[in-house]
Design a protein around this ligand. Structure first.
Ligand code: ZN
Length: 254
């Protein structure tokens, strides 16, 4: 059984909300450590337990590794700040919110980045995240590729379109805009975001050699199943939070 890292609740919020705050703050820090951020843009969001229509998101202009559990903003569906100091980046937030609301499975967390290998692989017209490595087995039926390149867009129109496109899958990768991961918990969302970049790293490196891929590398692999993946994701996330507590990112819990 994984140990949950709570820390002291620095706000007068429920323990359930504080738990989500610590998890979402940890995800910002872990993504920063992995170099998934593009300066201080992109949004990670989570729903507030027991408060429909309320979301947590970092304060616009903050570096990802400045985020703390207590500094996360609580906002309404339009990005208006209900609790916290700072401003919500409404355009990015609204797309995440539509994925929370419109995806056909419960969606407690949405993580969006422009992480390099996943974005690079998506730009290759002939590739659909090729199954080259055992880690790909966690992604069977989970990756939806969005071929529509909108450039400038209306966030509400785009959010509705993307929420319909992702359906029940957990990963949506836009050819021109990087990945969105939507999942039932921050831990599960982080699992898929982290491993998406890992399989993309392998694919980009293998394809970059220009040599022929081994046939066996593209066979279907059966390594993960839903229960096993959830267990792995939760244990992995708790371990990652413990690692954060040992180093310069320990303030994620404040
Ligand atoms: Zn973006």
């Amino acid at each position: 059984m994984a140990t949950t890292v709570y820390g002291p609740n620095n706000l007068s919020c429920s323990d359930a909300e504080w738990q989500v705050r610590t998890d979402l703050s940890a995800a910002y820090h872990l993504a920063s450590l992995q170099g998934f951020n593009e300066a201080s843009t992109n949004d990670f969001t989570a729903t507030v337990p027991g408060e429909p229509g309320r979301y947590l998101v970092f304060s616009f202009g903050s570096a990802w590794d400045e985020t703390t559990a207590s500094s996360l903003l609580k906002v309404d569906k339009d990005g208006n700040v209900i609790n916290g100091k700072g401003k919500c980046d409404t355009a990015g937030f609204v797309i995440n919110r539509f994925l929370h609301e419109g995806r056909s499975r419960a969606t407690a967390a949405v993580l969006h980045t422009h992480q390099t290998s996943s974005s690079a692989l998506a730009t290759l017209a002939s590739e659909q995240f090729p199954k080259l490595h055992a880690t790909n087995s966690y992604f069977q039926d989970e990756i939806v590729i969005d071929d529509e390149c909108n450039g400038q867009y209306d966030a509400e129109v785009e959010g509705k379109r993307l929420s319909g496109l992702i359906g029940s899958s957990r990963v949506l990768v836009q050819r021109d805009h990087g990945p969105y991961v939507a999942a039932e918990s921050v831990a599960m969302a982080w699992w898929y975001l982290y491993h998406l970049e890992k399989i993309a790293n392998v694919a980009v490196a293998a394809l970059g050699t220009g040599k022929q891929l081994h046939a066996a590398a593209q066979q279907e692999m059966q390594m993960g199943n839903e229960i096993r993946t959830k267990e792995l994701a939760e244990a992995n996330f708790e371990a990652a939070k413990r690692s954060l507590l040992k180093g310069p990112h320990s303030h994620f819990l404040l």
